[in-house]
Write a protein that binds this ligand. Sequence first.
Ligand SMILES: Nc1ncnc2c1ncn2[C@@H]1O[C@H](COP(=O)(O)OP(=O)(O)OP(=O)(O)O)[C@@H](O)[C@H]1O
Ligand SMILES: [Mg+2]
Length: 454
Amino acid sequence: MQQQGNIQVALIEDDTIVRHATSQWLQLAGYQVLEFADGLSALRGIPIDFPGVVISDIRLPDIDGMQLLPQLLERKHDLPVILITGHGDVDMAVHALQDGAFDFFEKPFDPDRLIEAIASAVEKRQLQDSANEREQYLQQVQGLEKTLIGRCPAMVALREQLVKIAAFDTNVIIYGATGCGKELVAHSLHQVSTRSKKAFVPINCAAIPESLFESELFGHESGAFTGAIRQRIGKFEYADQGTLFFDEIESMPANMQVKVLRTLQENTIERIGGNKQIHIALRVVAAAKEELLDLPQFRQDLFYRLNVAQLYLPPLNERGDDVLLLFSHYTQQIKKDCRKISPSEQNILLNYPWPGNVRELKNVATRFSLDKTLSVGDILSRGPNQNSSQPQTKHSQLSLAIQLQSYERKVLHETLSFYNGSIIDAMDALDLPRRTLNQKMVRYGLSRADYTNP
Ligand SMILES: Nc1ncnc2c1ncn2[C@@H]1O[C@H](COP(=O)(O)OP(=O)(O)OP(=O)(O)O)[C@@H](O)[C@H]1O
Ligand SMILES: [Mg+2]
C-alpha cells in the first residue's frame, strides 16, 4: 500500500465502531485522520484552508452529509468530499455527485477501494493546486505590469523574480540608483506577499537623527527618558506580521546595525524603558544605492542576514524604449488627451542620460502635460530640478545654444498662435521656406492642429 506521508483525511461518522475501524485502516495506509462524530463539530473542526480529503457518512445525528457538502464546498470549491451512504441512499448520492462530491461508497464498502478513491482525490487536488499556483503566479506578474512599468528584458525578469521571491518569506535587498523605483518595488513585494493585509512600514535610515533612531524602531514606555511623555509604539512593532522597509540602509548608524541584527536573530524586542519581551514576525526589505558588502561601515553579519534574496533595478538610461512607455503613461495619467510628442522629442527623451531616473522622467512628463507651450527640449534644457513656474532668469545660466533654441521656439509658438496655425502666413512673417518651418516645428514639438480654431 502506498504511504501517504502527511496527507490529512477528515472522517465524519457517528457510528463509533465504524469510525474507529475506518480510521485505523486509513492510518495504516499512512494518512493522518481527524475524526468527527457529527456534522457541526466537523464544520467547526475542519479548517477553512483544509489541505486534505473529507469522508462523510450521509446520515448523521445533526445535519446530514447532503447539507454538509455545500457548506464545505462553499469554503473551498475544490475540496474533495467522499460520501458514504447507507443502503437505499444511492439516489441521494447520485445527486451529491452532481452537487460536487468527489465520489460515494455504499455500505458495506471495500476499504481498499476507499483508499484508492482517496489517493485519486489527493492526486487530483495536487494537480489542481499546482495549476492554481501557476495561475496565481501569472496573474500576479500580469498585475504588476500596470504599476511596475517596463517592457525591457530586465524589467520583465524583475517582475517575475519579484513574485517568486514574495512567495518565500525571506529578507530582500533591492539595489538601484536614485529614483529607479526601489520603494515601488519594495511595496509591490509586500502587496503580492501573504503579508499584504498587514502593514508596510517604511523607514528612511538617512532621514532619522541618530539620537532618535532607537526609539523610532523600538518605541518606548512613558518616562523612559526625558521627553518620553507617552508610551510610543516603534516601527518594529508596527511592522509585526507585515513588511519593514529600511530605505537607504547604508546610512544606518553602526550601533543600530548591532541592535537591528539582534532583533532579527531573536524575533523579539523590548521597548526602551520597558522589560517585556514582545515577539515580532518580520520580513525585512532593504534598499541600497551601493553594494553593501563594499561598504566598510556596514556590518557583514547584518548584510548576510538581509542578503537572502536580491533585486537589481537598472538605471533608466539602460531601459531603452521604456523611457517612451513611462513618459506616455505619466502624461496620460495627468491628462487623458495629452498631446503626442514628435519623433524628434522622442529622440531627445531616448538620448537624455536621466540622472534622476524614473522620478526625473515623471517630473518632466508632468510639466509637459500641464504646460502646452513647453516642448520636451525646453523642459530638459531647464535642468532637472527647475519647474516651469520658476522665473525665466535661470536661462542666463544655460548655454547660448539652449537659450537660442528656447527663444526660437517661443517666436514660432507666438507666430503660429497669431496666425491661428496658418503655415503660409507664418512662412511670410518669419521669412522662412516651408521645409525649414516644418523641420523646426517638428524639432520643437509644435503641431499646426494646436493653433487652428475649431
Ligand atoms: N517601473 C516603474 N513604473 C512606474 N513608475 C515607476 C517605476 N519606477 C519608479 N516609478 C515611480 O518613480 C518614482 C520614484 O520611485 P521610487 O521612489 O520607488 O524610487 P527610489 O529608487 O526609491 O528612489 P530614491 O533612491 O530616491 O529613494 C515614484 O513615483 C515611482 O512610483
Ligand atoms: Mg526611495
